[in-house]
Ligand binder design. Structure first.
Ligand SMILES: C[S@@+](CC[C@H](N)C(=O)[O-])C[C@H]1O[C@@H](n2cnc3c(N)ncnc32)[C@H](O)[C@@H]1O
Length: 186
């Protein structure tokens, strides 16, 4: 297990690698906007109306080309092979159909493109934290825009992409939340 660098530090180092035309799925309120390299051409996809309004405001203030899409990542309204990087941070826990999302990510990526992700995942099977994640999932699904903390996302990402560079972390602090972060190549 690699040492946890901290949520913001890890995110900052991943986002610093973004280049070209970037699609951020589940962009939320736009928390990642200040961390994006100014030179990229960014499109943020967000299905939740309230989050999308905040995202639009944040995107207006951000430098560089910034566009917003009202859509779910299960059906990305962009042409195939049109994007250099798809970004996802804390989104795959919430989507309704994970395999459809990963297939759409695959479809929109250009040859040589990549999927950059940072996601919280399920704790190891049999652990007390995993049991707690399963217990609170029905509540978080309702109050936290569909978030299911008991999903182990790594096997699905590894199955959907030809080459996956993935690191597992455990967050420090009171709750030892497990995270994965990395890059997947079609
Ligand atoms: C926990 S928030 C993370 C927001 C942002 N990525 C961040 O790191 O601050 C999860 C976001 O995923 C969005 N979301 C949920 N289901 C989705 C779907 N099927 N397709 C795209 N986004 C989705 C939610 O509306 C929410 O804004």
């Amino acid at each position: 297990m690699t040492t946890w660098p901290g949520y913001q530090s890890l995110k900052r180092s991943l986002l610093a690698t973004l280049t070209g035309q970037v699609l951020e799925i589940g962009a939320g309120n736009g928390a990642n906007l200040p961390l994006l390299p100014p030179a990229i051409d960014w499109t943020g996809l967000e299905p939740h109306p309230r989050a999308r309004r905040a995202l639009s405001q944040a995107a207006t203030a951000a430098p560089g080309p910034r566009r917003i899409l009202d859509a779910h990542a299960e059906a990305i309204p962009l042409p195939s092979a049109s994007i250099d990087v798809v970004l996802s941070t804390a989104v795959l826990c919430s989507v309704d159909n994970l395999s459809a999302v990963l297939s759409e990510v695959h479809r929109v990526l250009r040859p040589g493109g990549r999927f950059v992700f940072m996601e919280h995942v399920a704790a190891p099977p049999g652990s007390a934290f995993r049991r707690m994640q399963r217990m609170i999932a029905p509540i978080t699904r309702v109050v936290d825009r569909g978030c299911d903390p008991s999903r182990d996302l790594a096997p699905e990402i590894e199955a959907a992409f030809a080459d996956v560079d993935l690191t597992r972390y455990t967050a420090s602090g009171l709750f030892k939340i497990p995270f994965i972060a990395g890059t997947a190549y079609p």
